[in-house]
Design a protein around this ligand. Structure first.
Ligand code: FE2
Length: 303
């Protein structure tokens, strides 16, 4: 079928509207359907293939994996790059690089001021202390900023989604001190992979791709008057550091992991050897006319 015939069909479908509807939704859906019609025509997609794709999406939705497929196909990173571009055009610069949120944030984690311990003491793995400051782009410390942190356990699982872990295990919210400082104690996370029997794995297999993520720690950093930062830091040395299936690793987000021991651990109630990461987060002041970085999406919330 030629483009003209396809376009006539699409026009007929849109012309069947009996009221305005939502103009934005209408424009987006019409465009997506047009692109899909063209895809079906150009690639000679057969009915079996079309229904297989629809069933795949239905099953992925049912198993809750669409939030994993989105980063796996690069959508979440693409949205980040578009926010970067909008900020660059507005002359915003100097902030900590953003990177994907992923689907595993849980709202409601316990909040403390200055310091938090993320693990409850029986978590296997190397003790980690991470510390630093939250700064504005002018270098001034931001007191009272909220650092929300979450990461996987030694099996690559996240509390809440993994019901075997205590509530809010490896999740905390930390208010910076007046001098902008924060710190937390935890264990060094390891990398993980998409569920081996899941729809994301099935899709990635079909695309000839792996589903591994390098070890990382997630953050939201927010403060009044600043653009909310969604980011991660990576643990250096991970074999998948620059080969993340979700494309989240970025320059500036791979801090050195130092080996410390003795008195250096005292302020954090740590004895013996531990890993130490120093990392400052830099926020940029909010400006009018920019797309918000306070992204609305359905997120888990635990009491
Ligand atoms: Fe993660």
């Amino acid at each position: 079928m030629d483009r003209k015939t396809i376009d006539a069909l699409l026009n007929k479908i849109d012309a069947s509207a009996t009221h305005e509807g939502d103009a934005r939704t209408r424009a987006i859906v019409n465009r997506v359907v047009r692109d899909l019609f063209y895809t079906i025509e150009d690639l000679d997609v057969q009915p079996d293939e079309f229904w297989a794709a629809l069933n795949f999406l239905a099953e992925a939705g049912k198993s809750g994996e669409l939030g994993l497929i989105a980063p796996g196909l690069g959508f979440e990173h693409f949205l980040d790059l578009r926010l970067d571009e909008a900020e660059q055009k507005a002359g915003l610069a100097g902030g900590t690089p953003r990177t994907i949120e992923g689907p595993l944030y849980v709202a409601g984690a316990p909040e403390s001021v200055g310091h938090a311990r993320l693990d409850n003491g029986d978590e296997p793995g190397e003790t980690l202390v991470m510390r630093g400051r939250v700064l504005g782009e002018d270098g001034a410390p931001v007191g009272g900023a909220l650092v929300e942190v979450w990461h996987a356990n030694h099996l690559g699982n996240y509390s809440y989604f993994d019901a075997s872990q205590p509530a809010f295990n490896l999740r905390r919210s930390i208010r910076t001190n007046a001098d902008g400082t924060y710190s937390f104690r935890s264990v060094v996370p390891i990398g993980y992979s998409v569920p081996p029997e899941g729809k994301t794995k099935q899709l990635l297999d079909s695309l000839g791709r792996h589903g591994h993520r390098p070890a990382h720690i997630h953050f939201f950093v927010s403060a009044p008057g600043f653009r909310k930062l969604t980011t991660q830091i990576n643990i250096e040395g991970d074999p998948y550091l620059w080969d993340d299936f979700a494309f989240a690793t970025r320059e500036g987000l791979v801090p050195a992991v130092k080996k410390e021991e003795g008195a250096a651990g005292k302020p954090y109630d740590v004895s013996g050897q531990f890993a130490l990461i120093d990392f400052d987060f830099t926020l940029v002041h909010d400006r009018q006319g920019l797309p918000s970085t306070e992204v609305e999406r359905v997120r888990a919330e635990a009491a």
